[in-house]
Ligand binder design. Structure first.
Ligand code: ZN
Length: 499
């Protein structure tokens, strides 16, 4: 029975964002499961829609014995601190060393691929390199990656095989763990690495243009699956995370298999046309006025993505540009109790609401003016009298397609009403990607006329089915919708910041 060590390290680093990913962020996890180790880690991940969950299931089917190390994930933010990276890497390194002494046949890593540590820009390449140094060139190491990985040449060199998600929203995380297990099984059977081929795109792709629920990505990933069928390859196309300022930040196409080169070149020819990646983003005021016009006619909610404060991309989920725009245009007076916005990360407001109770009125300054990539600050807090509509302890189990079954704890939470607008306030950062997060504070998404979500694309999996239309808005915030707006310093020569 092959003995396989499993471990996970997930962070998406927006080097332009305000908050660091320190050790405390990994122990909390926030939108990820909290740090866990050994048997407890394996139990916690079993059946969950994240890659290691899928890998654990597949390993059972393959008859492998699993040696669980640790799993560490933190919500996207600025750099992973040196301390956090070293603690996580040390844990995995120690477990690999112990396992290697007792008999080890392979390693599987559940990686994001866009982590940048304070002292190691290519964090995953560094981690893979340290493990490779222990186990030598012959032991198989396979990893799964997020579709937003900025894949480096070192990662491709140190690992025997890498495979990424094929959906954004990431509804196929566990499936990607299963694919990684397939690659490991192929590698174990062959006794040597399969041929590999890779091509990097010469431009960054904006996040909002990446959704596989829309074109061009929908057709491109369908083509990827077709090419795999035709060539017997396992191809990946990472569209990349266009806010990690280091020399290898860029989209990458690669594949494994006898015909990897032909398959990768064919896929590259399809994805590398820059014209298809152009996108439509509205200023906040314009998005609200379009939404109001659409909501008059629509029977279902109009969703506005507040993309530049997406906590899934390094925002702190606390900016107020869209709330100001809703108030200024009287959205809540037009549709009282049917305009919602979330999730605003404001622990003081959440605690005050929980203490005051339902029905209370609170004078608050909600939200935060944060430094933006453009220089200066985002909009000021919204000052006024808020009515507490509902409160919650912030514990909720998600039901949407992306993170079904995952329980999150966002601390003291509430629905606060101002001017007829319902604001979901939480004490932990979480991207609004699941309708249960609104239901937690008494907001029924389907009954709304307008919903503002602090998200770029992940909301689409659970919200698009109940929405009449989706608009993408650009309010002042820390995450640039257009990578060309960012003050890049370290990007590799030959990589353009716009398609
Ligand atoms: Zn991602």
């Amino acid at each position: 029975m092959p003995r396989i060590l499993i471990a996970g390290f997930q962070h998406e680093t927006n080097t332009f964002a305000p908050s660091l990913a320190d050790w405390a962020a990994f122990t909390r996890g926030d939108s990820f499961p909290a740090f866990s180790q050994g048997r407890a880690m394996q139990d916690a991940m079993t059946g969950v829609n994240i890659p290691i969950g899928g890998f654990i299931d597949a390993a059972k089917a393959h008859g492998w014995t699993l040696l669980p190390s640790c799993w560490a994930g933190a919500i996207p933010s600025s750099f992973v601190t040196r301390e956090a990276f070293e603690r996580i890497a040390d844990t995995i390194v120690a477990d690999v060393r112990a396992a290697a002494a007792g008999g080890l046949d392979g390693i599987y890593l559940d990686l994001h691929g866009a982590a940048v540590a304070e002292h190691a820009a290519d964090s995953e390449g560094e981690l893979l390199g340290r493990l490779r140094a222990i186990v030598g060139p012959k032991l198989p190491i396979v990893a799964s990656l997020d579709l937003h990985a900025n894949v480096t040449h070192r990662m491709l060199r140190e690992a025997d095989a890498l495979v990424s998600y094929r959906t954004y929203p990431h509804v196929d995380m566990a499936d990607t763990g299963v694919l990684a297990a397939q690659l490991l099984a192929r590698r174990l059977k062959a006794g040597q690495r399969e041929p590999q081929h890779a091509r990097r795109l010469p431009f960054l792709i904006p996040l909002n243009a990446q959704s596989t629920w829309m074109q061009p990505a929908q057709d491109l990933y369908a083509a990827l699956a077709e090419l795999d069928k035709r060539h017997g390859t396992v191809l990946s196309f990472c569209m990349g995370f266009p806010a990690s300022d280091f020399d290898e930040c860029a989209p990458m196409v690669w594949g494994h298999g006898e015909h990897a080169e032909a398959a990768v070149e064919q896929l590259y020819a399809l994805v590398a046309d820059p014209a298809q990646w152009q996108q439509q983003i509205l200023p906040a005021r314009e998005a609200v006025s379009q939404a109001l016009a659409l909501a008059d006619r629509a029977g279902k909610p109009v969703v506005i993505a507040d993309t530049q404060d997406n906590p899934g991309a390094g925002g702190d989920s606390n900016t107020t540009g869209l709330l100001h725009a809703l108030i200024a245009q009287g959205a809540g007076r037009r549709f009282p109790g049917q305009v919602a916005l979330g999730m605003v990360f404001d622990a003081a407001a959440g605690r005050a609401a929980l203490e005051a109770g339902v029905g209370a009125e609170l004078d608050l300054a909600l939200g935060t003016a944060v430094p933006t990539f453009a220089g200066g600050l985002s909009d000021p807090p919204v000052r006024g009298r808020f009515k507490v509509r509902a409160v919650s302890d912030g514990r909720v189990t998600l039901k949407g397609p992306m993170m079904r079954g995952v329980t999150v704890n966002l601390g003291p939470s509430a629905c606060l009403e101002i001017d007829g607008i319902l604001v979901a306030v939480v004490s932990g950062k979480k991207q609004l990607l699941d309708r249960e997060l609104l239901r937690m504070v008494g907001i029924t998404a389907e009954a709304m006329r307008i919903i503002v979500v602090k998200s770029s694309n992940h909301f689409r999996a659970d919200f698009t089915p109940v929405a009449s239309s989706v608009l993408v808005a650009k309010a002042a915030g820390p995450m640039a919708a257009d990578p060309g707006d960012l003050p890049w310093k370290h990007l590799g020569a030959g990589i353009r910041t716009r398609p």
